[in-house]
Design a protein around this ligand. Structure first.
Ligand SMILES: [Fe+2]
Ligand SMILES: [Fe+2]
Length: 188
């Protein structure tokens, strides 16, 4: 469904900066947990509050797993780098509760979808050099894929046609932004 691949130099940049990438990954999981809780503010998502709690718990567990990896590898937990791709997507979320909820869900679903795609690439690319990390990324693919699908279904439960329209818009935006190079050692 995604309309563009990550830039050609993305994988090399990641492989050359694995310790920093793991710190960035820890922050991504932390932000994924807080985002799931943040979505609970929308009236249209009150019926999904328990599902969102379950996602938040799962993301918090992922955060802890990455922290465990950092500790085992003597990598200190550090600051997060900004992601021009994520901020570019978030900037296009419209105001107004129903539109905002749909856009927010679609942005979250595409972040989950890109994570799913990139974890899959990393699980293959690192299989010889770092089997432990390759296995770890492989183990997250299904969960992030489920989050992607859950967020899209939640948006559809609010308004199916509007979700299609905005998904088309955000897929184009994603394809444009994902190709832009940045020098940060970040997954997104
Ligand atoms: Fe996660
Ligand atoms: Fe996730």
């Amino acid at each position: 469904m995604l309309r563009a691949k990550p830039p050609a130099d993305w994988l090399e940049k990641i492989k050359a900066n694995l310790p920093a990438v793991l710190v960035d990954h820890a922050h991504l999981e932390r932000k994924a947990a807080t985002t799931a809780l943040c979505l609970e503010k929308y009236k249209d998502l009150y019926p999904h509050v328990e599902e969102l709690n379950a996602i938040a718990i799962e993301e918090l567990q992922h955060f802890q797993l990455v922290l465990n990896l950092l500790k085992a590898r003597n990598i200190p937990f550090g600051h997060a780098f900004p992601s021009p791709w994520i901020s570019g997507m978030m900037k296009s979320i419209r105001n107004g509760s129903r539109h905002q909820a749909i856009d927010h869900l679609i942005c979250c679903s595409l972040i989950e979808g890109r994570s799913c795609e990139k974890f899959q690439i990393l699980s293959q690319a690192l299989s010889e050099r770092d089997p432990e990390l390759a296995q770890f990324y492989g183990s997250l693919v299904e969960s992030e894929g489920n989050h992607y699908a859950t967020y899209i279904l939640m948006a559809r439960s609010i308004d199916d046609a509007e979700t299609d329209r905005r998904l088309d818009f955000f897929l184009n935006l994603d394809a444009e932004l994902v190709q832009k190079p940045n020098s940060y050692p970040i997954l997104h």
